[in-house]
Design a protein around this ligand. Structure first.
Ligand code: HEC
Length: 485
């Protein structure tokens, strides 16, 4: 015991660590409550990501040839590999959820107001960094899902006026998704973004200590910049408590719960299954981003075509601009949510929209529907001959996964019920061979006879034929109005 104490004294004498950190741990803060635990819990989730992430990099191989198999090895054979990968996955979810709750809490309590505007702005930076690191992490899985996520991201960037193509090339690391893309995302995910997050977190904590933890708001006590600092100091003198241990014990309890939850979920549910290895010629992927991005994919899928270019770029920029403007425009006045109905309404409305979009995203109309059955005869309109045969190829080549005839088929692409009214034989051929926006090109994948068959079939899809097919045989509801994506 005596030796330990002497060692401690020696360390303190030579480093002065306690002398430096002690006052920070003991600094006086207002009496707070459970609402204040989410910031520190986000930090704890981040630290879990750092530890499990470093562990994963000791086995993961960031090369296009080996990434997939090295992840398979981690998941199935490496010691504790499944648990660590699971923790890294659920840790990411936890971090996204916790930073979201933390931001909402700060917003509702008006804690972003004077003098804490910079705390908020640095926090917005941390939010964006967190979403970016979650997004780049998905690509490292290097399976079909991963590829699709990045294609959507690059597609979005490619629409930025003037510099779009350059940004898209930067994201992808060239003109094609491949090894260079993976190296780039790996570097961002394990070096650049964590480094930036550490920096921002450091600055964030520095500001929390400098400006003080916000006191719980009281209705009828508005923030007045000219007097706030004085009354805050008076409040601390009157009823302040030392941060450690009087205020921080709740953080410790909650952080422990978060860690236990992450470990339990990782052990019980495990990491997300890897989808098929990436292969650009496979169209029957089941693309779906991790759940916290589903809402955004739903937006992309439901937007009318003409609006996409604008919304894809301007939407996120507008959201960021709003987040930045909040503390600059509303840095004084009432903090209590009871006196800020607009703030409460905004949160409730955004929460509702996010929930609905996530549910819609989960039903994923924009992804191909692989469960689809062959076309029923009454929709084809004949039981033999070239049109009938073309219809079979149309099914066997997967066209029906994305396109529907009447109400039968997937929703990823436009309905082809009356395509012959719109396109000539030549236009159809070009379409099918070259593909297009969100449609794979079939040039290398169709024999001439197969292509002819498909064209024969599509040439018979006219509005007259469609009406004929619908009237006598099919009793189903008229769904042609749902057609417009
Ligand atoms: C992965 C989903 C997917 C698959 C599989 C697919 N398509 Fe498409 N297709 C689309 C999308 C999305 C569009 C819209 C493209 C655009 O707007 O540029 C489209 C457009 C078309 C068009 C033009 C439609 C129009 O209204 O202009 C035709 C014709 C077409 N596809 C035929 C086919 C055929 C034939 C096959 C099978 C050989 C096929 N597609 C397979 C997604 C798909």
């Amino acid at each position: 015991m005596n030796r330990l104490r002497r060692l401690a004294a020696w360390l303190e004498d030579r480093t002065g660590i306690w002398h430096a950190l002690g006052p920070i741990a003991k600094h006086v803060v207002p009496r707070t409550g459970w609402a204040y635990v989410f910031g520190s819990a986000t930090l704890v989730a981040f630290l879990i990501q750092v530890v499990t992430g470093i562990t994963l990099t000791t086995v993961y191989v960031p090369s296009a040839d080996e990434a997939y198999s090295s992840l398979e090895f981690i998941t199935e054979r490496a010691t504790l590999g499944r648990l660590i990968r699971g923790m890294h996955f659920f840790g990411a979810s936890a971090m996204v959820v916790l930073i979201g709750i933390h931001a909402v809490r700060v917003f509702l309590m008006g804690a972003f107001k004077f003098p804490r505007e910079m705390n908020w702005l640095v926090g917005v930076g941390l939010l964006l960094l967190t979403l970016t690191i979650a997004f780049t992490g998905q690509l490292l899985r290097w399976d079909q899902n991963a590829i699709w996520s990045v294609v959507v991201g690059a597609e979005q960037a490619g629409r930025v006026p003037v510099i779009g193509t350059a940004i898209a090339r930067f994201i992808i690391g060239g003109d094609f998704l491949g090894g260079a893309t993976l190296s780039r995302f790996f570097a961002l995910h394990v070096f650049v973004l964590p480094g930036l997050i550490f920096l921002f977190v450091g600055f964030h904590l520095f500001l929390v200590i400098r400006n003080g933890i916000s006191e719980p708001p009281h209705a009828g006590e508005p923030v007045e910049p000219s007097t706030y600092r004085k009354s805050y100091a008076a409040l601390l003198r009157r009823e302040g408590v030392p941060f450690w241990p009087t205020a921080a014990w709740r953080d410790v309890v909650f952080a422990t719960i978060v860690i236990l939850a992450i470990v339990t979920l990782a052990a019980v549910i495990g990491p997300p299954a890897l989808s098929k290895p990436p292969d650009p010629t496979i169209v029957d992927a089941y693309p779906r981003p991790d759940w916290y991005f589903l809402w955004y994919f739903a937006v992309l899928a439901m937007m009318p075509h003409w609006a996409e270019s604008y919304l894809m770029v301007l939407g996120p920029l507008a959201l960021i601009a709003v987040l930045i403007a909040i503390p600059l425009l509303f840095n004084r006045g009432e903090r209590s949510p009871r006196r800020r109905p607009w703030a409460v309404g905004t949160v409730a409305f955004s929460g509702l929209v996010l929930t609905i979009l996530t549910i819609a995203g989960n039903q994923s109309h924009w992804s191909p529907d692989f469960g689809v059955q062959p076309l029923p005869v009454h929709l084809i309109g004949t039981t033999s001959g070239p049109i009938y045969e073309g219809a079979q190829v149309f099914y066997s080549k997967g066209c029906l996964y994305c396109h529907r005839i009447e109400d039968h088929g997937g929703h990823r692409g436009p309905a082809l019920t009356t395509i012959a009214d719109r396109l000539t034989r030549r236009e159809m051929t070009i379409r099918i061979m070259n593909g297009g926006y969100n449609m794979p090109g079939f040039a290398g994948n169709l024999a001439p006879a197969e292509l002819d068959g498909i064209i024969e079939f599509l040439r018979s899809r006219t509005s007259e034929g469609a009406t004929r097919a619908r009237t006598p045989a099919s009793m189903g509801p008229d769904t042609s109005a749902i057609g417009s994506r």
